[in-house]
Design a protein around this ligand. Structure first.
Ligand code: FAD
Length: 494
């Protein structure tokens, strides 16, 4: 008998017995798996959820529990911000990059508020308060923050800015565990059969259709017949082989974040004929914006050149750093704005001088590179604008108060957390598409196992991944339940 493999499904003819039978099998118990299982069960399907860990969680439980929601939520309105589905869609499309999934952006924008109501109906609490400023996550139990590049060029020119990061009510960072616990409670109440310590090692195919999976429990393979299977296994930031092959730029970074982001679901989907897209895309951030005065500094690369407007979302700026030549960039600050970056960021002072020429020399850069960049920046900042990178006037400050310093963000030693954004190509329904654009029968996927709403590292904004996981997880569950019912009707004798 052929051994089960992530890379090709087992033929149904090789299955001697079915150990478990279910309408819908969901693989992975993070946010996307929970939402898929929940909606599949509520859609009338019998659902079995397989999780390789000893309980629910995944990256979702490690997260901040922040979800990108817009269109005019109660909190946005209470804080005096105008937002609309159109503005949200426009921003999502810009944030999705050159190949943004317009169908998903439009659908999410039009249903974002009802999704927010759905989350609340599951018991997810929101305090309803806004925290101004540039922060990573609230240090309190507040709700709404600016979590992207909405106010920064070029986004502000094309999409009416509004804060859209909605954070679960939780004191401090890390409300993701609470979010998953609430979803898990609903999953269990909906009658989903949950199997933990259960690692899925292969799909099972009958011709082009996926009809089940092989799951390893207590080191023994169990054969599961399922009319529909939903892959919700997260991304692949913890699979070095896949990173080397598909996202080599991410290998520069030392801090993958997640739980079991091993890419197994993406591999199984590809093995079943599914297309995987944008596999080179990843989110990264080094939390350099805290304290906020540092945003008034300017970044230069090893050529002494500035490379973007520093008032963008910290992740967009961090991702652009990785495009620069060499293995580090420097944040230039003067005495007026200097502050020690938060310890987590592991940002060190690389050079200090009474003039920018001294800083330039101490960094070993050719004369008149860094200092020329600062001269140009200062000249225009004094006039209140930035014609080179369009940093907004609010964050412009002439860097003229000595001593001056270069803070080093080193890709290998500073804290550049990252996770992948590439994955299976899916319709908004969650159906996995093959390379010809046709659905693979019986196969669905959601979350970071897919290339979803967030699919461009340079445009990612906080909250977009969980928005995608929870919303399109729900869609995948609903579709899987409907597909399971339809396939059973076909199988019934007339
Ligand atoms: C520290 C941190 C903070 C973050 N903060 C935010 C935030 O505030 N907002 C936001 O939008 N995003 C945030 N993110 C990103 C976001 O949390 C993830 O991208 C998202 O939760 C992924 O959800 P998922 O359901 O796709 O995968 P996961 O939550 O990782 O779930 C996948 C599950 O599948 C299981 N699994 C994998 N392979 C198998 C297999 N073969 N068989 C069985 N089970 C398997 C895993 O064990 C895991 O439990 C954060 C991430 C981290 C790490």
């Amino acid at each position: 008998m052929t051994s089960p493999s992530l890379h090709r499904p087992l033929g149904v003819g090789e299955v001697a017995r079915w150990d478990i039978e279910t309408d819908v099998a969901v693989i992975g118990f993070g946010a996307s798996g929970a939402c898929a299982a929940l909606e599949a069960a509520r859609g009338g399907a019998s659902v079995t959820l397989f999780e390789m860990g000893s309980g629910s969680g995944g990256a979702s439980a490690l997260s901040g529990g922040e979800i990108y929601i817009g269109g005019g939520s109660d909190v946005q309105q209470a804080a005096g911000f105008e937002d609309s589905p159109e503005a949200l869609a426009a921003y999502l499309k810009m944030a999705g990059g050159p190949d943004a999934d317009h169908a998903k952006c439009d659908l999410y924008a039009s249903e974002s508020l009802s999704h927010y109501d759905w989350l609340k109906a599951q018991g997810v609490p929101y305090k309803g308060t806004f925290v101004p400023g540039k922060i990573i996550e609230p240090a309190t139990d507040d709700t709404l923050i600016w979590s992207g590049s909405e106010e920064a060029w070029p986004f502000s020119e094309q999409a009416q800015p509004a804060p859209r990061g909605h954070v679960i009510q939780f004191e401090g960072w890390g409300g993701g565990r609470k979010l998953v616990d609430i979803l898990e409670r609903n999953v269990r109440e909906a009658g989903v059969e949950v199997r933990v310590d259960a690692r899925v090692v292969s799909l099972i195919a009958d011709g082009p259709a996926i009809v089940g999976l092989v799951v390893r429990i207590d080191n023994k393979d169990h054969y599961v017949r399922a009319s529909a299977t939903v892959i919700c296994t997260g991304g692949f930031c913890m699979n070095q082989d896949m990173l080397r092959r598909y996202a080599p730029e991410a290998i520069k970074l030392a801090n993958p974040i997640g739980e079991n982001d091993n890419g197994s679901g993406i591999l199984m989907g590809m093995g079943a004929g599914g297309d995987a897209i944008h596999m080179d895309e990843f989110f990264t951030t080094c939390p350099w914006i805290m304290p906020e005065s540092l945003v008034k500094g300017i970044f230069v690369n090893r050529n002494g050149q500035r490379f973007m407007n520093e008032d963008c979302y910290h992740g967009r700026v961090s991702r652009t750093m990785i495009d620069q030549p060499g293995d580090r960039v420097w944040l230039l600050v003067d005495n007026a704005i200097f502050a020690r970056p938060i310890e987590l960021a592991r940002i060190d002072i690389a050079a200090v001088g009474e003039t920018w020429e001294e800083v330039e020399a101490e960094l070993g850069l050719p004369a008149d590179t860094l200092s020329a960049t600062v001269r140009t920046f200062n000249r225009y900042a004094a006039e209140g604008h930035d014609p080179v990178w369009h940093k907004s006037a609010k964050w412009l400050k002439v860097l003229d108060e000595p001593p001056f310093a270069a803070l080093e963000l080193n890709f290998a030693t500073s804290y550049f957390s990252f996770f992948t954004l590439g994955g299976l190509s899916t319709l908004p329904t969650g159906e996995v598409l093959d390379r010809g654009g046709e659905p693979v029968p019986g196969l669905f996927a959601a979350g970071r196992a897919t290339s979803g709403l967030p699919r461009w590292g340079h445009g990612y904004s906080s909250g977009m991944s969980l928005a995608d996981c929870t919303f399109f997880g729900r869609k995948a569950g609903t579709s899987a339940a409907a597909s399971a019912k339809a396939s059973q009707r076909v199988a019934e004798p007339a």
